[in-house]
Design a protein around this ligand. Structure first.
Ligand SMILES: Cc1cc2nc3c(=O)[nH]c(=O)nc-3n(C[C@H](O)[C@H](O)[C@H](O)COP(=O)(O)OP(=O)(O)OC[C@H]3O[C@@H](n4cnc5c(N)ncnc54)[C@H](O)[C@@H]3O)c2cc1C
Length: 327
């Protein structure tokens, strides 16, 4: 799909090509990605691109639509000497109020999807929403993605985080993932090579970009039945988890033998609030932005819960949420 927009008139300032409007309004600076008609924009507020709805601006932000634009984004950041951060749906991120330096590459426009009904394999762009994929495969009578329907991330984020729910996880059906490396070569990884475990993979903490993933599913079931099962998964989550306010889902990984939410509940922190951030009454492993929270409120609440649990249980809860920028 081609995005329609009117390319701005461009002018060069200090070696960078800036739009003419941006000369008047620094927050509207935008640069044409060399060799493409894709725009890199300055000072984009990341609060609008993350599910917590907090966080300062990206110094630069680009959302490529094609592999070529992705490659060009990498090349531009390298030429400008800028660090790169990847952003999927932003549903597992706590971004600093000070924002992020360098180039943030958003994957959400990389959505191409191909179904192979002969094999039951589906190949999906990194930015495709996981719930949409779950509904699409259910509608074809393919089993194996029912668990994914309530996880509001992208396919790329799921491959990195090994997202999972209700007994299923990404690693279960992943056949391979295409990964763009900092030297701009692409490697294809099998799940075995990614050392998957509970909400972890070797892709975490690396500057390696998942561009697409192929899943092996089980075709041939009754579409109505698979869709009904998918709906049941969603209803069950909505009944037990607080979906009404901004959050990142579960904040902490469950330590061995315990549920993080149970530990937090037992130290009496349900409903505890710092600024606009609150430990959810319905599920103590959720922190909610009750309105007006900033990233620092959430960060302080994470620390407070870690210390309280450590004091009582001698356990240090590890965040599942990825914390980015300076705190
Ligand atoms: C209401 C709610 C419920 C949730 N429930 C669940 C749940 O049940 N189970 C679960 O596992 N998670 C859950 N989550 C958390 C979250 O949705 C998952 O972790 C999801 O997989 C994150 O995907 P994302 O696209 O939003 O990634 P982001 O939050 O954008 O990024 C997460 C990390 O992955 C990196 N990243 C993202 N895309 C790529 C890419 N293409 N290549 C390389 N790195 C990349 C980012 O840099 C970051 O480090 C929930 C979140 C919310 C808000």
């Amino acid at each position: 799909m081609t995005l329609s927009y009117n390319p701005p008139k461009l002018t060069t300032v200090k070696g960078l090509t800036l739009s003419s409007q941006s000369m008047l309004k620094p927050s509207a600076y935008q640069i044409r990605l060399p060799g493409t008609d894709c725009l890199i924009k300055a000072h984009i507020p990341l609060a609008t691109l993350t599910s917590f709805r907090v966080g300062g601006p990206a110094e630069w932000y680009v959302a490529p639509r094609t592999y070529e634009e992705l490659q060009a984004s990498f090349e531009w950041a390298r030429a400008e000497g800028l660090p790169i951060t990847f952003l999927g749906a932003g549903s597992n991120l706590l971004v600093s109020d000070r924002g992020l330096p360098g180039l943030v590459i958003g994957t959400r426009r990389l959505r191409q999807t191909q179904f192979d009904s002969a094999t039951g394999q589906v190949t999906v762009g990194a930015g495709a929403p996981l719930p949409r994929l779950a509904w699409q495969v259910a509608a074809q009578g393919w089993q194996g993605m029912e668990w994914a329907v309530g996880i509001p991330g992208t396919v790329g984020g799921a491959v990195v985080m090994n997202a999972g729910a209700q007994g299923g996880c990404t690693a279960d059906s992943l056949l391979n993932a295409h990964v763009l490396l900092p030297d701009r070569t692409t490697r294809i990884f099998t799940p075995e090579a990614l050392s998957y475990a509970y909400r972890t993979s070797t892709l975490q903490g690396k500057n390696w970009l998942v561009t697409q993933a192929t899943f092996q599913l089980e075709p041939g079931a009754d579409p109505t039945q698979v869709t009904t099962e998918t709906s049941m998964h969603l209803n069950q989550r909505r009944a037990t988890q607080p979906y009404h306010l901004p959050s990142c889902g579960s904040v902490f990984r469950n330590p061995n033998h315990y549920k993080a939410g149970w530990l937090i509940e037992k130290v009496g922190l349900k409903g505890y609030q710092i600024g606009g951030a609150q430990i959810a009454q319905r599920h103590a492993n959720f922190i909610l932005n009750c309105g007006g929270a900033n990233a620092n409120d959430i960060f302080q609440l994470i620390r407070y819960a870690q210390q309280a649990v450590n004091h009582q249980w001698n356990l240090w809860l590890e965040p599942e949420v990825q914390i980015l920028g300076e705190f």
